[in-house]
Design a protein around this ligand. Structure first.
Ligand code: UD1
Ligand code: UDP
Length: 383
């Protein structure tokens, strides 16, 4: 039987978490020859995910530098991909989302006239400065890609507005596939503070914050508000696994050190993170991935951004936009911590982003596109 050589390309932690189950699905199926190329735009945070999913890349560009700029990531990935694509000659390159790796990976494949599949396609804020540079990255990849795997119907409709209708598949988000393999009721944390926390009698708030457009004053505002939340509510324990970016490390330690109920930890491995999320009371984050995972686990989310490209969970009532100013963040968190009715309105499971079968649909769609299957996959519909 003819096999299709499919290369997955990724480099950051969120891409790895969302591409690992797809890389494993492709490797399992006889109709594909699966090859994996990592740029290592992230090093430690990528390796942690590869380790958990037992994924061994065939190519590793090892591009990460401390305080890397957007130009250095893009140029190193682009030139590094040249040699990889010449050697491997895949039939299809799969990229994910909106990072510099995503953009460079798609562009390199295009230069080599290799078709591109875009996983997590069609997310938009329509503000090119927010998220920066991700909004422009994903639009450029949308223009290059031949296959577009949209998590939700709204994402598909966004592409239709850009006259992209061919090769579009509604699949759900692969992050929900990943989440189904990581959360366990009897999970024991290896991070000591997480094993000692009283998740029943205390209100554990899980925080993450790393976005480039929040560097500087917005990040200072967010962190000041977080400290004030901890000061105002003695039953709150705030857990913040701090991203390894030196800019974020500096801001987090400057504003949040030396508080008995604020716990700054190293980045958690993905199993620790998902199990902490499953036990916490509330999530406050500027992350994209956490906005998708927390609703599936029934955890309310305050988004520390001015906008979101993930409006589905806002519509479902489990996510609210808190912005990047100190006062509204403090006010919205205080309301959820002091008003049980308000909290209950948000604390219900919602699955607008996936049903755990996104990877299967994407693999089926690729097989269909290459003539190895008679029918396309059934589209994802929210549960
Ligand atoms: C990148 C993505 C962003 C995504 C985020 C996920 C771009 C432009 N941005 O942003 O879309 O939300 O990843 O986390 O692609 N570092 C380490 N070790 C690591 C990872 C990072 O030391 O394992 C440090 C390095 O000093 C690096 C810095 O963090 O230079 C920033 O990493 P970078 O990938 O440039 O930006 P992120 O903010 O992580
Ligand atoms: N995550 C993790 N450990 C951490 C912080 C985040 O495993 O310490 C996971 C999180 O569960 C989600 C993904 O990383 O799956 C999100 O990555 P990030 O917030 O870095 O990027 P974004 O989603 O904003 O692009």
């Amino acid at each position: 039987m003819k096999t299709i050589k499919v290369m997955t390309v990724f480099g950051t932690r969120p891409e790895a978490i969302k591409m690992a189950p797809l890389a494993l699905e492709l490797a399992r199926r006889p109709e594909f020859e699966a090859v994996c190329c990592v740029t290592a735009q992230h090093r430690e945070m990528l390796d942690s995910v590869l380790d958990i999913f037992s994924l061994k890349p065939d190519y590793d560009l090892n591009v990460m530098e401390p305080r890397q700029t957007l130009s250095t990531i893009t140029s190193k990935c682009l030139t590094g991909m040249d040699g990889v694509l010449e050697t491997a000659r895949p039939d299809l390159v799969l990229v994910h989302g909106d990072t510099s790796t995503t953009f460079a990976g798609a562009l390199a494949a295009f230069y080599h006239k290799i078709p591109v599949g875009h996983v997590e396609a069609g997310l938009r804020t329509y503000d090119k400065w927010s998220p920066f540079p991700e909004e422009v990255n994903r639009k450029l990849v949308g223009a290059i890609a031949d296959l577009h795997f949209c998590p939700t119907a709204a994402n598909r409709d966004n592409l239709a507005l850009e006259h992209i209708a061919q090769g579009v598949f509604l699949t759900g988000n692969t992050v929900i596939d990943a989440l189904q393999t990581t959360v366990q009721t009897q999970f024991r944390f290896s991070e000591p503070v997480l094993n000692c926390l009283d998740y029943v009698n205390r209100k554990v708030i899980l925080v993450t914050c790393h976005r480039r457009e929040n560097y500087g004053q917005p990040m200072a505002n967010i962190m000041t508000a977080l400290r004030q939340v901890a000061d105002a509510f003695p039953n709150v324990e705030l857990v913040y696994p701090v991203h390894l970016s030196p800019v974020v490390q500096e801001a987090a330690h400057k504003h949040l050190d030396h508080h008995p109920r604020i716990h700054l930890t190293a980045p958690l491995d993905v199993r620790e993170m998902h199990n902490l999320m499953a036990r916490c009371h509330l999530v406050m984050t500027d992350s994209g991935g956490l906005q998708e995972e927390a609703p599936a686990l029934g955890k309310p989310v305050l988004v520390l951004r001015k906008e979101t490209e993930r409006p589905e969970a806002v519509a479902a009532g489990t996510v609210r936009l808190a912005g990047v100013e100190r006062e509204p963040i403090l006010q919205m968190a205080s309301q959820l911590l002091s008003d049980p009715a308000e909290y209950d309105k948000m604390a219900h499971a919602a699955n607008p982003y996936g049903d755990g079968r996104a990877c299967r649909r994407i693999a089926d769609a690729i097989a269909w596109h290459f003539g190895l299957r008679e029918t396309p996959p059934d589209p994802f519909g929210p549960l």
